[in-house]
Design a binder for this molecule. Structure first.
Ligand SMILES: Cc1ncc(COP(=O)(O)O)c(C=O)c1O
Length: 427
């Protein structure tokens, strides 16, 4: 972010910012006018509220996630990509059990300042220095920062095209059991939809199997091992059907923590996120939240509440998804034109990122020639190495790049990819 400010001609394909053009300016102005025009809502909006969040917003949030998990949400295809549709359709057929209503009770919903705040508070509540959290390999690099600041370590679980490698998860848990470290394992953290950074979506089958596996190891651990599902990109799907969350799996009520956000699909700057938590955790995390801020800004909660209740939120989504579909296509078209053939990637069907893999001898890290030459050519990406947890048993992969089509304009995407392609060819 600082580099972008220091170099005005720099094209940043690094930040996870959302698209500027499709931010809901008009809707927000209308919503705020309505909120401040009504004697009832303007008093709520400008007054303190409760730590857990506005009751109406908590109910709307619980209902929304329950509906998504029951496949009541309509499929959406902004891409004319039949194979992507087929893959997603297959995932859905296997993936929508009847979710238990009690899991989606508003009392289990906590409204937060972005889902980021909740990830941080959960770490504070559940982890002590020296503890272990299992993460995808690679994972959301900001989460690795949370781990570092709390003194717990992350262990990477290999990723496959449909989510974590379950046999590697089992091997890792078994290894930790044998070494006596299972007592330190508190959670498995999954970014399950259009993952940051790889764009992979975890199938429901894998989420349910992972949850059951964690349960099996609990006796040896001597405490609950939670599945923390980070669904930050769930609504940014531009092809196919949704996949049910782990909340719909057996045993979810006691062990699944779901974090979601209204940032990415609506107004990033409003910073309204939420979680659905097991009751005991709800109590503990609410206490920490009260210490932080007494509750999320009521004005902004009212904004989201009204956007949801009047269906403006829902109506905003199709245009947003079409826009990301177009920007993703612009990016991958430019990559096909400018990148050397040896660079590989998956066509995205949602989220904000393309994960590009160079051949192994190429290094993409912060100290690499590629990164430095790219900066000289005024283009920025996120080096893949930042997304891997430390592991003394191996060197971090250092040949990948996370490139984002979120905030850059289509013209900047073309320019940035051409610059990156020229750098790759040169090296
Ligand atoms: C995987 C993931 N989780 C959570 C967040 C936090 O988002 P917010 O705090 O805006 O809800 C982000 C933001 O980029 C993210 O990429």
């Amino acid at each position: 972010m600082q580099l972008t400010l220091d170099h005005p001609d720099l094209v940043s394909l690094a930040a996870g910012f959302t698209d500027n053009e499709s931010l809901p300016f008009e809707e927000t102005r209308e919503l705020l006018n309505e909120i401040l025009g009504s004697p009832r809502t303007r008093r709520i909006a400008l007054q303190y509220g409760t730590t857990g969040g506005d009751p109406h917003l908590r109910r709307l949030t619980a209902d929304r996630i329950r509906k998504l998990d029951s496949a009541e949400g309509a499929p959406f295809n902004a891409l004319a990509d039949a194979s992507a549709r087929a893959t997603n359709a297959k995932a859905t057929q296997r993936s929508h059990p009847v979710a238990a209503n009690e899991v989606y009770s508003p009392e289990r919903v906590l409204i937060t300042n972005g889902s980021q705040q909740l990830l941080y508070m959960l770490a504070e509540c559940l982890c002590d220095p020296g503890d272990i959290v299992l993460v995808e390999d690679p994972t959301y690099f900001v989460y690795l920062g949370i781990a570092q600041s709390h003194g717990f370590s992350c262990r990477g679980i290999r990723l496959e095209a449909d989510g974590i490698d379950l046999s590697h998860l089992e091997q890792t848990l078994e290894g930790l059991r044998r070494s006596g470290e299972l007592k330190r394992v508190k959670m498995l953290y999954l970014v399950s939809y259009w993952q940051n950074p790889t764009g992979i979506t975890t199938s429901f089958v894998k989420k349910a199997a992972a949850l059951a596996m964690l349960k099996r190891f609990e006796r040896a651990a001597g405490h609950p091992i939670y599945l923390l599902e980070d669904a930050a990109y769930r609504e940014l799907r531009f092809a196919g059907h949704d996949v049910a969350s782990a909340l719909a799996a057996e045993g979810a009520k006691e062990r699944v923590i779901y974090t979601g956000t209204y940032s990415k699909p609506f107004a990033t700057g409003a910073r309204v996120g939420f979680g659905i938590l097991p009751k005991p955790l709800m109590t503990v995390v609410s206490r920490v939240k009260a210490n932080h801020d007494f509750g999320t800004s009521n004005l902004l909660q009212q904004l989201l509440c009204r956007a949801l209740a009047t269906c403006r939120y829902e109506r905003h989504l199709p245009a947003l998804r079409r826009r990301y579909a177009r920007k993703a296509a612009t990016m991958t078209e430019a990559m096909r034109e400018h990148f050397p053939e040896a660079v590989r990637w998956q066509e995205p069907c949602g989220g904000l990122y393309v994960w590009a893999r160079c051949p192994r001898p190429v290094r993409s890290g912060v100290n690499s020639r590629l990164f430095k030459r790219a900066l000289e050519r005024e283009v920025l990406y996120v080096p893949g190495e930042l997304c891997y947890a430390d592991n003394p048993a191996r060197r971090k992969p250092n040949h990948e790049m996370r490139i984002s089509f979120g905030s850059a304009t289509e013209s900047d995407i073309r320019t940035g990819i051409a610059r990156l392609g020229a750098t790759l060819r040169e090296l």
